[in-house]
Write a protein that binds this ligand. Structure first.
Ligand code: NI
Length: 182
């Protein structure tokens, strides 16, 4: 089921998300919904707070090569255990901040540990777009968005555009709660 994506500014996007104590069928269903919502958007990553659930879970799939097999990933309670000193700069966007992009500098590679939906502990080192994406999504779990790395004026400009977008959508008969879809 595709879930509505919250649009910035929204207090639910600013909250510190809660650790997940137990993998339940409800959580697995949420992960499925988040992947479906992410692919439909389309996007390469989505964090639970973006669909209004303040829990520490994210999904991503950064496979971009045409014809390559998808690699849907679900990370529960992800933690960065190592970050490279080397940095890289990517033009980032966010499904909660439609059509706004900015170059953000982050560690080029990170190692992340998380719990899988099967309950097993997993750890992997990410590079390239995967690294940028996993860091961007983990930020969401801390109530942080990519625009928080920008200078205040630029951030305010983007926030004003989003406020206008939400007003326009509410007027055009969208759900009116800041939801992108549904
Ligand atoms: Ni985002």
């Amino acid at each position: 089921m595709i879930r509505p994506i919250l649009i910035h500014p929204d207090p639910r996007l600013k909250r510190l998300c809660d650790p997940i104590a137990e993998i339940t069928p409800d959580l697995a269903r949420l992960a499925d919904d988040m992947l479906e919502t992410m692919y439909a958007a389309p996007g390469v990553g989505l964090a639970a707070p973006q669909v209004g659930v303040t829990k520490r879970m994210l999904v991503m799939d950064c496979v971009k090569e045409p014809g390559a097999a998808a690699r849907p990933m679900v990370l529960v309670n992800p933690v960065v255990t190592w970050a490279s000193e080397d940095v890289s700069i990517y033009e980032e966007g966010c499904l909660s901040i439609p059509d706004q992009y900015a170059e953000i500098e982050r560690p080029a590679e990170v190692r992340v540990r998380w719990t899988g939906l099967d309950g097993t502990e997993q750890e992997e080192q990410f590079a390239g777009l995967w690294s940028t994406c996993v860091q961007h999504e983990i930020d969401h779990l801390e109530g942080k968005m990519f625009i928080d790395y920008l200078r205040p004026l630029r951030r305010q400009m983007i926030t004003r555009k989003m406020e206008k977008l939400k007003r326009d959508r509410a007027r055009d008969g969208a759900s009116g709660d800041g939801a992108l879809r549904g």
